[in-house]
Design a protein around this ligand. Structure first.
Ligand code: SF4
Ligand code: MSK
Length: 648
C-alpha cells in the first residue's frame, strides 16, 4: 500500500467513517468498488425514468425528445407502466422463491430427509397452522410441520381462488381487493401473469398494467414473503430482543473471520453452529487463531442477528469494504444483492469467496452447492476452509468502529412487550397514538445505494422522525444502517421527542425497532393489520397515521415491497434516485392520486431527506385529522448544522 495521499472527498460517498477508511485503501491499492464504478458509470437517463422499451426486436425504443410512441405504437405511459410491472414481478419472484425454499426445507425436515435439524418454534407452528385453517390439536410436530409445509407449497401452484393468508388482512381491505379484482390466486400464477401481460402486444393500458403489478406484489406481500417470514420463525425461532453490535469493527484481528452474505438463513445457521464445535475450535487454535468469528452482510445478517445475535459487519454497500480489511478468511454468499465485483476484490486478498446456492454462481467464486439433505456437511466444509485459510492472511486493517444495538422486535414480541405474556396486546400502542404521545409510525426500510451518500438519508430520516414523536420500525439494510449509527439502542431515546420518549421509557422499548430482513416487511403488514384490528384507529390499514419510507432504495424488490404496501393501504415515500416512471407524468401522478383513490395508499419519489420527513409528517397529520385525533404538535426541523453533526 503506498503512502501517497488521495484527494478524493469520501464524505461525498458515505457518512460512515469506516467507508472512508476502506475506500482510501481501495483507491491507494487501485481496487475498484461499487463506489468508484458508480462515479465512472453515469446512469442512463432514459432507462432510469422508464422511457426505454426493449421488449421486441423492432426496438429497443427510447421515448425521449419528440418521440411519444415506440415502433409498435406503445405510448410513454404504457412503456413506463410495463417496465414497472416487470420490476415488481422480479422482486416478487425473488422474495417468493426464497419462501418456497424455506417451505421445501420444512417439508424435508418433516419427512426426516434432513439430518439433525429440529423445529425451533412449535408455538409459531401451531399459529401458522391456524392461519392456514389446519387443525393442530392432537397432531405431533412432524405431522403438523408436514401439513403446514405442504399448504405453503400449494400456495405457489394454486390456480384459482385466493391465497390462504388473504383473511389476515383487515376485512375492509379484503373486500376492496375482491371488488377491484386484485386478490392473488396463486403466487407463481401472478408472477407469470405479470410477465405475460407485459409481453409485447399484450396489456397496453397503464391502469390495467398497474393493477397487474398490485396483484403480483400482493402475492408476495401476503404470500411468498409472509410465508418466508413465518416458516423461518418456525424453523429458527420467532425473534425476540437480542444484543449485538454493527459495523466493520466487529471483525476480529486474531480470530478466523467468516462473513455470511445474502438472504437465506439455512446454511448460515449451520455455519454458526459449526463454528462452536470443539473440532473446529481446536483446528483454529492449531493455525494460530484465537477462535472463529462470524459476522453478516445484508439480510442473511439480519436473519442471523435476530435469532443468534450474529453482528452485522455492514449493509449492502459494505460487502466489498469488508473484504478490503484483509481480515476475512471466507465469505459465503447465497442469493440476492451480492455484487459480482466481490470476486475481483477478493483476488487482492487471501479471502475465499464461496457461492452456496444452486441458483446463483457469483462471479468467479468457488462453488459449494449445499446438498439440502446434508447441509451440516457443507457448513463444516466451509468453516474448515476458512480456518485453513487463516495462515494466508497478510496486512490487516480493521476500522475500530462498531456500535452496540438491540435487534429482533417481531410483531409477536411487540405485542408481548406492550401487554405481557397473559395479555399480549397492541392496546397501549393504539392508546398512545390516539392521545398524541406517539404522533404516528414510520417504517424505514430498504437498501443503500452508491447513487446517494451512503447512510445519510436513512440516518437523517430516522432521527428527524423520532425527534417529531414518530415511532420508527426498520428492516433490511436500513436496519443495519440504523445499527451502524447507534440508532438501535435504548439510548436513542435521547434524540426522541418528549412524548415519544415518555412512552418508550414507560414501556421499555427503544424508539427505533429492528423488525428484520427484507422479507420481514411482511411482519410490518401483520403489525399494521393488528393495529387496525385493535381499535380506535379505524378499521383498515388505509387511514392509519403510518408511512413507509425507503430513503436509499436500489432494488426491484424494494419496488415490489412498495407496491404491496400501497395496495395494503399505506403511503410510501422513496428517496434518492428519482422515479422509475418519471418519463410518464401520467403514471407518476397516478401512483400518487390514482392509487390513493383506489387503494388509500400512494407511492411518491422525493429526493431530499428533509422533504421526505416533511411529507411523512403531513401524511401522518392528515390521517390524524381524518381520524379526529389531531392534537397540534410543533415540528422539529433539523438545520444544516444538526445534519452535519450526523455525518461525523
Ligand atoms: Fe418498441 Fe413496441 Fe417493441 Fe417496445 S414493444 S421495443 S415499444 S416496438
Ligand atoms: S439486502 S434488497 S439491499 S434491503 Fe435485503 Fe439490503 Fe435492499 Fe438487498
Amino acid at each position: 500500500m503506498s503512502d501517497e495521499k488521495t484527494t478524493t472527498d469520501y464524505s461525498e460517498m458515505s457518512i460512515d467513517p469506516t467507508a472512508a477508511e476502506m475506500l482510501k485503501i481501495a483507491e491507494e491499492c487501485e481496487i475498484e468498488t461499487v463506489f468508484s464504478r458508480s462515479r465512472e458509470i453515469k446512469p442512463c437517463s432514459t432507462g432510469a425514468t422508464g422511457g426505454c422499451c426493449k421488449l421486441c426486436a423492432m426496438g429497443p425504443c427510447r421515448l425521449i425528445g419528440k418521440y411519444e410512441r415506440g415502433v409498435c405504437g406503445a405510448t410513454r405511459d404504457t412503456i413506463a407502466a410495463r417496465n414497472f410491472v416487470r420490476q415488481v414481478a422480479a422482486g416478487a419472484a425473488a422474495h417468493s422463491d426464497h419462501g418456497r425454499d424455506v417451505a421445501l426445507t420444512l417439508q424435508a425436515i418433516a419427512k426426516g430427509e434432513i439430518e439433525d435439524v429440529a423445529i425451533a418454534d412449535v408455538v409459531k407452528l401451531a399459529k401458522v397452522a391456524g392461519y392456514m385453517g389446519i387443525e393442530a390439536a392432537g397432531k405431533d410436530v412432524n405431522t403438523l410441520t408436514l401439513e403446514v409445509a405442504e399448504c405453503a407449497l400449494a400456495q405457489y401452484g394454486q390456480q384459482t381462488g385466493e391465497l390462504v393468508y388473504i383473511p389476515r388482512a383487515p376485512v375492509k381491505r379484503q373486500e376492496l381487493w375482491r371488488k377491484l379484482g386484485v386478490v392473488p390466486r396463486g403466487i407463481d400464477r401472478e408472477i407469470v401473469e405479470a410477465m405475460h401481460r407485459t409481453a409485447a402486444g399484450t396489456d397496453q393500458n397503464y391502469q390495467s398494467l398497474l393493477d397487474g403489478a398490485v396483484k403480483c406484489a400482493l402475492a408476495s406481500g401476503w404470500g411468498g414473503s409472509m410465508l418466508a417470514t413465518d416458516l423461518q420463525d418456525i424453523l429458527y425461532g420467532t425473534p425476540s430482543p437480542v444484543r449485538s453490535s454493527a459495523n466493520l469493527g466487529v471483525l476480529s484481528e486474531d480470530k478466523v473471520n467468516i462473513l455470511i452474505h445474502g438472504h437465506e438463513p439455512l446454511l448460515a445457521s449451520m455455519i454458526i453452529d459449526a463454528t462452536q464445535e470443539p473440532e473446529m475450535l481446536t483446528l483454529a487454535e492449531s493455525v494460530g487463531a484465537k477462535g472463529i468469528n462470524i459476522a453478516g452482510i445484508c439480510c442473511t445478517a439480519n436473519e442471523s442477528l435476530m435469532r443468534k445475535g450474529v453482528p452485522p459487519a455492514g449493509n449492502m454497500l459494505h460487502q466489498e469494504l469488508a473484504l478490503l480489511t484483509g481480515a476475512v478468511e471466507l465469505m459465503v454468499v447465497d442469493v440476492q444483492c451480492i455484487f459480482q465485483g466481490l470476486s475481483e476484490v477478493a483476488t487482492h486478498f487471501h479471502t475465499k469467496l464461496i457461492s452456496s446456492s444452486p441458483k446463483a454462481c457469483v462471479g468467479d467464486s468457488e462453488r459449494i452447492v449445499v446438498d439440502e439433505h446434508h447441509p451440516r456437511d457443507a457448513a463444516r466444509a466451509i468453516v474448515r476452509a476458512a480456518v485453513e485459510n487463516f495462515p494466508n492472511r497478510k496486512d490487516v486493517h480493521i476500522p475500530k468502529v462498531s456500535e452496540p444495538l438491540v435487534a429482533g422486535f417481531s410483531h409477536e414480541y411487540i405485542r408481548y412487550m406492550l401487554g405481557g405474556k397473559m395479555r399480549a396486546s397492541l392496546n397501549p400502542l393504539n392508546e398512545n397514538i390516539v392521545n398524541g404521545k406517539i404522533r404516528g409510525a414510520a417504517a424505514v426500510v430498504g437498501c443503500s445505494s452508491p447513487r446517494a451518500v451512503q447512510d445519510y438519508a436513512v440516518v437523517n430520516v430516522v432521527r428527524e422522525l423520532i425527534a417529531n414523536n414518530v415511532l420508527v420500525v426498520v428492516t433490511g439494510c436500513a436496519a443495519i444502517t440504523s445499527g451502524k449509527h447507534g440508532l438501535l439502542t435504548p439510548e436513542t431515546m435521547a434524540f426522541a421527542g418528549e412524548s415519544l420518549r415518555e412512552v418508550c421509557e414507560t414501556v421499555g422499548i427503544p424508539p427505533v425497532l429492528h423488525m428484520g430482513s427484507c422479507v420481514d416487511n411482511s411482519r410490518i403488514l401483520t403489525l399494521l393489520a393488528d393495529v387496525a384490528a385493535t381499535g380506535g384507529l379505524g378499521d383498515d390499514i388505509a387511514g392509519l397515521p403510518a408511512v413507509a419510507l425507503a430513503p436509499e432504495w436500489y432494488s426491484e424488490k424494494a419496488l415490489e415491497i412498495a407496491t404491496y404496501a400501497v395496495a395494503s393501504g399505506a403511503h410510501v415515500i422513496f428517496g434518492g434516485v428519482g422515479s422509475p416512471v418519471e418519463n410518464s407524468p401520467v403514471v407518476k401522478d397516478y401512483m400518487i392520486d390514482g392509487w390513493t383513490e383506489r387503494y388509500g395508499g400512494s407511492l411518491r419519489f422525493i429526493k431530499e431527506p428533509q422533504d421526505m420527513v416533511a411529507a411523512t409528517l403531513d401524511l401522518i397529520d392528515n390521517a390524524r385529522k381524518a381520524l379526529k385525533i389531531d392534537v397540534a404538535q410543533e415540528r422539529v426541523l433539523f438545520d444544516m448544522d444538526m445534519r452535519r453533526e450526523l455525518s461525523v
